[in-house]
Design a protein around this ligand. Sequence first.
Ligand SMILES: [Zn+2]
Ligand SMILES: [Zn+2]
Length: 397
Amino acid sequence: MKLLDPITEFQSELQQIRRDIHAHPELCFEEQRTANVVAQKLTEWGIPIIRGMGITGVVGMISNGAGTRGIGLRADMDALPVQEINSFPHASKHAGKMHACGHDGHVAMLLGAARYLSKHRNFDGTVYLIFQPAEEGGGGAKKMMDDGLFSQCPMDAVFGMHNWPGIATGTFGATAGPMMASSNEFEVVVRGKGAHAAQPHKGIDPIMVAIQIAQSWQTIVTRSKSPIDSAVLSITQIHAGSATNVIPDEACLIGTVRTFTTDVLDLVEQRMRTIAEHTAQAFDAQVDFRFTRNYPPLVNHAKETAFAIEVMKSIVGENMVNTHVEPTMGAEDFAFMLQEKPGCYVFLGNGEGGHRDCGHGIGPCNLHNPSYDFNDQLLPIGATYWVRLVEAYLPNT
Ligand SMILES: [Zn+2]
Ligand SMILES: [Zn+2]
């Protein structure tokens, strides 16, 4: 592995920064302390910053030479509403909040790159270090874009990275095209007519209608879309009734839809609506259909992905880069950035959890799990990747 010496020398300090952020997790758009840590470090290293973009977002800017090209590197900063069960010294100090997705590590890796790039300016152009709030459902990426990220910080491409448990430590993975799914949610209320449970003929049973709708929806995945395309339709909540002898007025179906393309999403949403409305009509019931699109599919651009893969190979070697990593139905708001700018999002293997100190919980070291912890061995690897990406993308002529 070819890591940059000045970064490995700085590793224990990066680890301190990472663990300090881990101990002080902050939720969507509340990342004031984290943003202060980021801003203070960048300022200490002489890097000009913009604050308040996307409420708590911070952008650091490092320019060198006369080049006019720019590159964006993005790290997310927010934590999750999870009660941590690890008991090591850097475990969360805030009840009910935890860095269970490793964004503490993402911040530290980008800070490591920032420090190196500010001292060794072996590039020509401008690097934008994007510290983003609210990835976990808040759409912080979109909020920063709405606040002028790409107009104030003109960049030619933007790159993202996420630690990935279950992939060997220090192994990179990326794939051109769709790599993460669109995330959408629905809430469908079937309105019938309540009645005595012993006199069902005097009412309209919304539970029977909801069951018909729920079962018919599954045919969208198996019968309506092409078998080559991917889609998930999961009903995760069904609510109706409050007594054994009463047919209720309403039944509610709630859940999520995931797809890799907007075309498939359009199809699924339209079929869900048609089935819900027509099934309700067949039983003289009515339906309120609500479908909300949250994050779009994350689609890596082919050229930038090939570029990033070469950089990864130059650091960890060919065997440690999976160039066709399996896409996941999870979602990621970096997808918004890739809709406007070419770029690539990569996974960096977090291992199986063997890195965890004593005092970790007994659960698996998976993302969003209360026993999770970011693997500090990744700090110099991720930071080196960012630096090498910049030096390759903005070569010093
Ligand atoms: Zn997450
Ligand atoms: Zn995450």
